[in-house]
Ligand binder design. Structure first.
Ligand SMILES: Cc1cc2nc3c(=O)[nH]c(=O)nc-3n(C[C@H](O)[C@H](O)[C@H](O)COP(=O)(O)OP(=O)(O)OC[C@H]3O[C@@H](n4cnc5c(N)ncnc54)[C@H](O)[C@@H]3O)c2cc1C
Length: 358
């Protein structure tokens, strides 16, 4: 098998490396961040994603690092229960824990941190290292995230647009707050739409909370932790006491404001010897909760065809043919869920679950 370079050690790049390891295929990963820089939030992962994850992570170890959620409960902002649905094996885990678990099987000589790859200005269609040298690889697997610079360079006509939603995400370790929360996925909704507050328990002492804002109605200009806290306290002042107390008592050390972007239209998933996986191939808006599962499936299916097919071109073609239709469904569902979120609660239909299923 030819030498493979993987760009990016997020969920996509690391899961790709795990599948390549299983097939004893040689590769090297290049990652922009430092090893210890693990900013991030957490994920809801539907059952299908867990099936792919447990092929590369010991299930017992995986389940120790997150929690299965029992029910999805939708509330009004004052705490009136609006709807409830049983969750079939939906798992919640922090990004940090998942990245750690996926990195465990990768030996240190196979990954270079603090190494940003960029399109080469000398050789068209090639990538260069920070020292200017071109990457020598027969196949380049690009998993550098939703705002992929490499994708933009290859597909110059692509159009990215900001989604009408921002998210403030926070992970806190606080036993008292965690004890006040059930193992359910709780989401509070403003009656007028465009504002929610979600709570997920990750473990006995850790919870993840996130707030989704219609960014046309709610302008968040200041991103420092203190200002975000102030803003959150103002906006959620008259919400159910559980919401306002979590906002009040949380540490803001790990808070993050996400501005969400999507591609107006998907690009091809490959060009010549470069292939895209995960968010780099197809940014999915958070409402789908399908980013991680899609990244895992991309990696699994691309590896399968690289093993089975005699030519790389045929492997890439089959990978795209298999993955693109499903991704198009998630893109469509994501837009439906976004429009739902923007509507007043009494105009929302009964498909309440914030997860896209194919
Ligand atoms: C607010 C929010 C909530 C979300 N919630 C969920 C959820 O509940 N469930 C779910 O399944 N998904 C969720 N997602 C989506 C999910 O985060 C992604 O789909 C998933 O993490 C896959 O990411 P990735 O590995 O493709 O990209 P990323 O996680 O963006 O990783 C890209 C990596 O590439 C590196 N990199 C970038 N450029 C270069 C370069 N030039 N050279 C070298 N390295 C580079 C970066 O440092 C990074 O480590 C959410 C996303 C957001 C924004």
């Amino acid at each position: 098998m030819n030498k493979i370079a993987v760009v990016g050690a997020g969920i996509s790049g690391l899961s790709m490396a795990n599948y390549l390891e299983r097939h004893k295929i040689d590769y090297h990963i290049y990652e922009r961040r430092k090893k210890e820089d693990l900013a991030g939030h957490g994920f809801l992962i539907p059952q299908e994603g867990i099936e792919y994850l447990t092929q590369i992570i010991d299930p017992a170890l995986l389940f120790e690092h997150g929690s299965f959620l029992k029910k999805y409960i939708q509330y009004s902002h004052t705490g009136k229960k609006l709807a409830e649905k049983n969750l079939n094996n939906v798992f919640a885990i922090s990004r940090q824990a998942l990245i750690y678990l996926l990195s465990e099987n990768i030996s240190s000589e196979k990954i270079s941190y603090n190494t940003t790859l960029a399109p080469s200005d000398k050789e068209k269609g090639k990538l260069k290292l920070p020292d200017g040298n071109t990457i020598e690889a027969d196949i380049i697997i690009v998993s550098d995230g939703s705002k992929s610079r490499i994708r933009k360079c290859l597909f110059k006509d692509e159009k990215m647009r900001q989604v009408q939603e921002n998210e403030v995400v926070n992970i806190i370790k606080d036993e008292a707050i965690a004890a006040s929360v059930e193992n359910d996925f709780m989401k509070f909704h403003h009656d007028q739409g465009g504002l929610t507050f979600g709570i997920l328990k990750l473990s006995h002492d850790t919870i993840l909370w996130y707030s989704q804002f219609d960014n046309k109605k709610y302008k968040i200009n200041e991103c420092t932790p203190n200002n975000l806290k102030k803003y959150m306290l103002e906006v959620f002042v008259d919400w159910h006491p559980l919401v306002s107390s979590i906002i009040q008592k949380s540490s803001y050390e790990n808070v993050h404001l996400w501005c969400v972007y999507e591609l107006e239209e998907l690009n091809p998933f490959y060009k010549d010897d470069i292939v895209f996986i995960g968010d780099a191939a197809h940014p999915l808006i958070p409402f789908t909760s399908q980013g991680v599962t899609s990244a895992l499936k991309d990696s699994y299916i691309l590896t399968k065809y690289l093993v089975e097919e005699p030519s790389v071109a045929e492997a890439f073609r089959k990978y795209e043919a298999e993955r693109k239709p499903e991704i198009e469904t998630h893109v469509k569902n994501g837009r439906i869920l976004l429009n739902h979120f923007l509507l007043p609660i009494d105009q929302q239909t009964d498909n309440i679950l914030p997860i896209s299923y194919k």
